[in-house]
Design a protein around this ligand. Structure first.
Ligand code: FE
Length: 202
């Protein structure tokens, strides 16, 4: 099976945020999908290891900020490459507001926000899919939406490839290069914290 085929599925990129115990947190996902229009309903699938996952499970409320193509790599590092367990991802960030549900959302480098209330969950093993009614939403700018392919082509830093190209693995998410002939199965990218499954041989 050529699992690279799955990388040809195009995705949007989003910050999903939640609030629990007076703490705001958010993470980057590529899994927000509108599932019905009447009523307006979306799904989002989140890795159970994400702090945001437990906050949504506990509160049943979340916001989606639709990332626009103005977002830079620092934006992705802030929300995607650290855990809300260790850091306040919203610290020092000016462009935020709260929805009627009390949950924070972004107003800069995004083009829309959506507030949602969970009506159903599906246990997918490593992930939970949350199905939710849209309770509030607004367009925030006319900038085009960030897509997975735009991120990889224009936002992710380009790393110089070794001229010898004798071994080594590249993280498909952030571009980090692991030097060595064998990538340990339990290797975790030091930059973006994704696992060995997200590395390709170069
Ligand atoms: Fe990485």
């Amino acid at each position: 099976m050529d699992s690279n085929a799955l990388y040809n599925i195009e995705y949007g990129l989003f910050v999903v945020s939640a609030r629990s115990d007076n703490k705001d947190n958010g993470c980057i996902v590529n899994t927000v999908v509108q599932v019905t229009s009447s009523p307006a309903r979306i799904s989002v699938t989140i890795n159970k290891q994400n702090f945001t996952h437990d906050m949504i499970l506990n509160t049943g409320c979340f916001n989606v900020s639709v990332i626009s193509q103005t977002a830079d790599f620092e934006f992705f590092k802030r929300f995607g490459f650290q855990s809300g367990r260790d850091a306040d991802k919203f610290a020092g960030l000016s462009g935020t507001k709260r929805g009627g549900n009390g949950v924070i959302y972004l107003t800069e480098n995004v083009n829309a926000y959506i507030s949602a209330k969970v009506i159903s969950t599906v246990d997918l093993g490593t992930h939970t899919m949350f199905i939710a009614n849209v309770t509030e939403c607004a367009t925030l700018s006319s900038d085009p939406s960030m897509t997975y392919s735009h991120y990889h082509a224009n936002v992710k830093p380009k790393h110089e490839e070794k001229s010898s190209a004798s071994g080594g693995f590249r993280c498909k998410i952030c571009g980090y290069i692991y030097e060595g002939d064998e990538l340990p199965a339990d290797f975790v990218c030091p930059i973006c914290k994704h696992g060995a499954d997200d590395f390709e041989k170069i």
